[in-house]
Design a protein around this ligand. Structure first.
Ligand code: NAD
Length: 351
């Protein structure tokens, strides 16, 4: 069967990486690419891909079924709308747009044209996240009521456009969109409230990190943090459940689970000397009160994102990333900006 032929728009870091990522897809193939930068255009030719003189040439190419937009964030909307109007399907990089109103504009055009529009929220396929999702579903540590999800580096904001507000720079839009998408994909509840702090340690006009507490109506609380000035980092995930605690240290999937055994109340902890005092409260649990478990294998999602995109176009599958979910994440991002700017708790936006 014929594969869906994609043209990559923007052949920078992520655009060129899509050539490798999509290579394993059985439903989608990369036909060519276009970039406004001459050096990138030469790279497209060197890699044996079909090169286009301009975007109009891509849209006029009857061999191209879809475009994959991997440009800076501020131009996603216009490129997507032009492509949909030209009869192409669209897979857009995250964050799909800088504001939720822009995504609504794209979705209206997708509706009018009947073309498929999806967003590359690829971190739903991350194995660390799929382990957490499984622990949540299987209640490995009881009901998870506190989720801490962090990514922290020490290299500042990368590149050029990510420093600029007008181009949709900053870490909340860049990494925040991934962590928030994972959170909302896992917690089955409406958001009750949001509080947040953005950091501007590097002196840029955009945030170089943030910390946000998100409270859900079902009682789950999440702390989401992104940092680019952390020379010592905290674990990728820290989870508290009603019967245990789990830590995933990093993308290498190292970590552990410590869980209470059923007879835990029969064995009391031994007080320890802590600093200048003595404490039983903060002593480690008695060794007979807990067991150490291996982290579970990650959940398996039924399709790759590319295959799903292809099958959605062919009418054979529902999108694994729903546009209404992407819109909800953008509205959460807007609530986080508002909470940080006003120093207030923001409610009532997750209808
Ligand atoms: P980049 O700066 O490395 O590359 C962007 C490229 O787009 C550049 O080569 C630039 O010349 C080109 N470009 C700019 N305007 C264009 C236009 N109008 N038409 C054609 N080309 C144009 O940036 P990047 O790191 O590759 O990020 C690109 C997008 O991919 C962003 O939206 C980013 O958030 C996203 N991204 C996603 C992931 C992920 O894991 N999903 C990872 C990295 C980046």
């Amino acid at each position: 069967m014929k594969k869906i032929r994609l043209v990559i728009i923007g052949f920078g870091g992520m655009g060129s990486y899509h050539v490798e990522l999509a290579g394993a897809s059985k439903d989608v193939e990369i036909l060519g690419a276009y970039d406004i930068d001459a050096v990138k255009q030469a790279e497209i030719k060197r890699r044996g891909l079909k090169a286009y003189a301009d975007y109009e040439a891509v849209l006029a190419d009857s061999e191209a079924d879809a475009v994959l937009i991997a440009t800076p964030n501020d131009v996603h909307k216009d490129l997507a709308i032009q492509a949909l109007k030209a009869g192409k399907h669209v897979l857009s990089e995250k964050p799909v747009t800088i504001a939720s109103a822009e995504l609504e504009e794209i979705l209206a055009v997708a509706e009018q044209t009947g073309k498929t529009f999806m967003v590359h929220q690829n971190r739903r396929w991350d194995e660390d996240f799929l382990m957490v999702r499984r622990m949540n579903r299987e209640k490995t540590i009881g009901e998870i009521f506190q989720i801490e999800s962090r990514v922290q580096g020490a290299n500042g904001i990368p590149g050029d456009w990510r420093h600029l507000k007008a181009q949709g720079g900053g870490m909340l839009l860049d990494w925040g969109v991934h962590l928030l998408d994972q959170l909302l994909f896992m917690v089955d509840s409406k958001i009750a409230s949001v509080s947040a702090d953005l950091s501007y340690v590097l002196g840029d006009e955009v945030d170089d990190g943030f910390s946000s507490t998100i409270r859900f109506e079902n009682g789950v609380t999440a702390l989401i943090e992104v940092g680019t000035t952390n020379f010592i980092k905290l674990p990728r995930w820290y989870l508290k459940g009603t019967s245990g605690t789990a830590v995933i240290e990093d993308w290498d999937l190292s970590g552990s689970i410590v869980k209470m055994v059923d007879t835990a109340e029969k064995v009391q902890p031994v007080p320890i000397k802590a600093g200048q005092g003595l404490t039983k409260t903060m002593a480690p649990p008695h060794e007979d009160a807990v067991e150490q478990l291996e982290l579970p294998k990650p959940d398996v999602l039924e399709q790759s994102l590319y295959d799903n995109f292809g099958d959605v176009i062919l009418g054979k599958a529902e999108p694994m990333i729903q546009n209404k979910e992407v819109l909800r994440v953008l509205r959460l991002i807007e609530a986080i900006f508002k909470a940080a700017e006003s120093n207030e708790v923001v409610k009532g936006f997750d209808k």
